[in-house]
Write a protein that binds this ligand. Structure first.
Ligand code: FAD
Length: 419
């Protein structure tokens, strides 16, 4: 009997990479890649950077040209939504009608924007940024808008604030918590980016919860904060986080928590169904806890891991997490997961705009954030992936060469080495 092959739901970074990696693994069975967005798979990071700035267009951010899918016998169904999974029959149901059978099913369904829950949130001119369609809307809106309020001082909010500022707009960022990017970086990094944005003329408001968005004639006019202050806006970009898309999994009886629950092989409670990327909650060997990560690295590396497993080379997922953000001319690169740190030491300083922060817990190195110090990031990744012991004293001492430390690792992690 002919094999049904693999169905991948979601044409984002994780879904695309699963299909590509399956073929690289020599997988011969049918592959169907289904995504509800109308476009062929594209990269999201440029949406809040070069795309809105006008330096990149839709074609230049495609993960592969359209011919790739035909050439690799990947049946790409874009503009199609999977509405249900029937696990006993190993079938998915698609919105346009019909059912498709699978041997293996990969849920790479990503996440959706968290909506701001205040009066006025539905006004025209209140926008979010996750998809190419939303980026196109923001780009067009920025051509006319002059006063922009960004709700949320996380990565995406700050990237958009920087882009709008470069485009000559008057920009205000309202972050509810006391500092920028509070959940992921140390105060020193928050302060650096606060100063960076302020120096370019962006108004940064921390401890600034939005209480209402006011409009006229159905269109946004100003944003009101909890302290009663009010900021004029002809465009409001909301970047207050994302929620994993778990409904499809939940509807088929698969366990979900902060994401679709998977084991170290990225397998759900059903051994034929995997979940990867922004939608998946998995056990991290780096934190010793279950985590859900939102990054290109995680989506792409989990896809490669699942493709290997489906192709018969089963191995546990243990790639080191890393991430980057670009704001103005500054690149912040992050390696490892700093959650739970109790101590930091630094190399470099804010004045030179070259700075690395090393996060420790009980003297164990957890993570490194680097601003314009790419070598710290590169060697730091090798050190963290291999678990090379580094003391806070060594980390703070510029005369201790990170390259040398990285190369002392007996169990150098081949998976992260070449990236
Ligand atoms: P997604 O990219 O969300 O893809 C999931 C896809 O599944 C979506 O197209 C969705 O429409 C589709 N889908 C969902 N349900 C169904 C269904 N039932 N049927 C069919 N299709 C479905 N990461 C970094 O590391 N560095 C950065 O600088 C960076 N910048 C970013 C900037 C922006 C503006 C955004 C939005 C993200 C950024 N990220 C960055 C995060 C990174 O892009 C994501 O972590 C990554 O794209 C996640 O990939 P994914 O495939 O898991 O999910």
């Amino acid at each position: 009997m002919a094999r049904a092959g693999t169905i991948i739901v979601g044409t984002g970074q994780a879904g695309f990479q699963t299909a590509a990696s399956l073929r690289m693994e020599g997988y011969q069975d049918p592959i169907t890649l289904i995504g509800e967005e109308p476009h062929i798979p594209y990269q999201r990071p440029p949406l809040s950077k070069g795309f809105v700035l006008g330096k990149q267009d839709a074609e230049s951010i495609e993960l592969r040209p359209a011919a790739f899918y035909k050439d690799h016998q990947i049946n790409l169904l874009n503009g199609e939504t999977v509405v249900a999974i029937s696990r006993p029959e190993k079938l998915v149901e698609i919105a346009s009608g019909g059912q498709l059978s699978y041997d293996s099913l990969v849920l790479a369904v990503g996440a959706s924007n968290r909506k701001v829950a205040v009066n006025g949130a539905e006004l025209d001119g209140v926008v979010y940024l996750r998809s190419l369609a939303e980026a196109i809307l923001i780009k067009a809106s920025l051509e006319k808008a002059q006063e922009i309020v960004v709700v949320g001082g996380g990565f995406i909010g700050l990237e958009i604030a920087a882009v709008a500022c470069i485009l000559g707009k008057k920009v205000t960022v309202a972050e509810a918590l006391p500092r920028l990017m509070p959940r992921v970086v140390a105060p020193l990094i928050s302060e650096f980016f606060h100063d960076l944005h302020t120096a370019h003329g962006v108004k940064i408001l921390c401890g600034a919860a939005v209480s209402e968005i006011v409009g006229a004639g159905g269109r946004v006019q100003r944003v009101v904060l909890a302290d009663g202050s009010s900021y004029p806006a002809d465009l409001v970009v909301v970047g207050i986080g994302i929620l994993p898309n778990v409904d499809l999994a939940k509807g088929s009886g698969l366990p979900v928590s902060n994401g679709i629950a998977v084991n170290e092989f990225l397998q759900t409670a059903d051994e034929n169904i995997y979940a990867i990327g922004d939608c998946a909650e998995f056990p991290s060997p780096f934190t010793g806890s279950r985590v859900r990560l939102e990054s290109v690295q995680n989506a792409a590396d989990q896809a490669q891991s699942v493709a290997a497993t489906i192709a018969g080379h089963r191995s546990a997922y243990r790639a080191l997490p890393w991430f980057w953000t670009d704001q103005f001319d500054i690149k912040l690169q992050m390696a490892g997961i700093s959650a739970g740190y109790d101590h930091v030491v630094t190399r470099g300083n804010r004045e030179s705009q070259k700075l690395s922060v090393f996060y420790f817990k009980a003297n164990k190195l957890l993570a490194i954030d680097s601003i314009n110090r790419p070598a710290d990031h590169m060697f730091g990744r090798k050190i963290l992936a291999a678990g090379v012991p580094v003391s806070p004293q060594q980390a703070a001492d510029e005369s201790v060469d990170l390259r040398t430390l990285a190369n002392t690792s007996p169990q150098h992690d081949a998976h992260t080495a070449g990236q």
